[in-house]
Design a protein around this ligand. Sequence first.
Ligand code: F6R
Length: 369
Amino acid sequence: EKGGYDYFMLKEIAEQPQAIADTLLGRLKENGEIVLDEVRLSDQDLRDVDKIFIVACGTAYHSGMVAKYAIEHWTRIPCEVELASEFRYRDPVLDRSTLVVAISQSGETMDTLMALRHAKEQKARVLAICNTNGSTIPRESDAVLYTHGGPEVAVASTKAFLTQLVACYLIGLHLAQVRGIKYADEVAAVVAQLQEMPDKLRELLAGIEPVRDLARDLKAAPTVLFIGRHVGFPVALEGALKLKELAYMHAEGFAAGELKHGPIALIDQGTPVVCIVPSPAGRGMLHDKIVSNIQEIRARGARTIVIAEQGDEAVTPYADHLIYVPRTPTLLAPLVTTVPLQVLACEIAAARGHDVDQPRNLAKSVTVE
Ligand code: F6R
């Protein structure tokens, strides 16, 4: 059943290239146009959208955080992302020209479902991104984009996260195309890059072995910190969440720019810090900023685990451990930078003797508050 893997989680990590290929299947036309046929909203409806709210929980919320960077950049539509459990109990400003995007692997998460109902009561249109056909969240939404990631058995979400990211990119690109866009060339380039992602992920997974050795080294650390900027920030949060839920270790993710506003005080001799470094080719400034953050924490004793793009030599002097990922445009980078963090959490948990697929106190589908 586990296809030769020790855990469902490792099997599902390995399935990610195919899972994202399946999310893309039939949705990209040869001319670069994006077709989203299950989205039962007319082009006019999509042109009328003047605000987007993304609501989700846990890992799905992290995919929504990444989506905000992409959607605002490509479409110029203001986009907020909020935890469903917060959104549903406050008084968000919504109306019929608001598009609410509810992201849920299971389609049954109570808080996300209630957030969706709360949005519908205020006449907003709701689009679900979901992995489970016919589940409650897509049934109650105006439109749905299924991720087609296949069943996810391990409690910790892996391939669902990557396919949620792809679905969010598709929605952002589709909105940009329908509304007529400023960045037409960039959008066409992104479409081409998305099509290359399954191969890039295969390449990344083929070289993942060193992460396993690193996991054995880190298994006794009292805490592991994660830092990132821009789309690397939600990746840092996701890396920390995976480690908490699987290895039962203290872990925290930070926006690297926040370090000196408090968290840098946590850095002690030997504190492991996983640093998500953006491509030097994309937004050069972002890359340089994080390199200087890495220097700062290292000067204070941190043991740095650097996730950087293949060929990025600027980081080598400051990396105690360096993990290269394939070259990817900045906005799509979470599709590759997340993968070593999934493997790291899985292997640390296994090295500590935990049940990787069924972590204590957690359920796959959270249908209660
Ligand atoms: C973490 C994890 C959870 C879920 C969250 C939302 O690995 O799996 O944080 O992402 O419970 O679940 P869905 O996506 O089913 O709404």
